[in-house]
Design a protein around this ligand. Sequence first.
Ligand SMILES: C[S@@+](CC[C@H](N)C(=O)[O-])C[C@H]1O[C@@H](n2cnc3c(N)ncnc32)[C@H](O)[C@@H]1O
Length: 255
Amino acid sequence: MRITPLMPNLYINPPKAPTFQSIIRDVRDSNGNIKNSNSTCFYSKDIDWKNFSDYLFRKYQKNDKVNVFSFGCSDGSEPMSLAILLDTHNRYEARKFFPIIAKDNDEFILNRLRSSNVRAYFSDIDKIVEFSDNHLGRYFIIKPQLPENESMIIHPTYELNNRIRYINSDVRKSVNALPSKDTVLMIRNIVPYLGNEAKQEEFINTVTSKLKENCVVVIGDLEEDLGIGQKLEDAGFVPTEIDHVYETKSLSGQV
Ligand SMILES: C[S@@+](CC[C@H](N)C(=O)[O-])C[C@H]1O[C@@H](n2cnc3c(N)ncnc32)[C@H](O)[C@@H]1O
């Protein structure tokens, strides 16, 4: 990691830089009910990320291409966490997982990433340093700042952005076009925002009917609370050794 010289941080006061982790942009309907919440962070604790990466490389060792989707990607912390993790595990082999297709229907949040430098808290930075094996500078351009802010101004590098394709899209529609084979789908902490129980059910039913062979679904704490893990199992998916990670039943003869 390259530490840049200390200089006044022009981004803090004003104009403020947007922040990773602290966006927490709630979109409410006219009655004040939350329709969407963008809260997210790098390497959230509900996934055992290192084992997840081992698992993906093992599962897809014979594949030339794997289709990876992050639905409800918010500010990109989730697909960026995964891209850095896979890239760090094995740069050459990781190419088959890229680009990660990251979708969100909140244009505001996607534009933030494209247009701004972003403030990351040291807790984010520590995790990125850890999961990138100390290669923060490979994935983020780091801007000068004051140490007492407990944050840094960073911007994803071309190298990182090149591994992810951000698309503004409603995943209730995109779900119909999921490839049936060799697909990894992250639907973490998004299902509660997809409408009433019937709409959520319809979305999960489409997921389970589309993903047929050699596929993986990753859910979040919010989905687990809604019983989505059980619904995946009822539809024939199998829990893996990693919490919140489910896979399609292997066909006979498949490793
Ligand atoms: C709580 S965040 C989850 C972020 C990330 N997946 C995670 O777990 O850290 C939920 C995201 O889902 C997005 N979202 C909600 N409904 C959506 C829809 N119908 N299509 C696409 N994105 C949606 C929101 O804009 C928000 O960014």
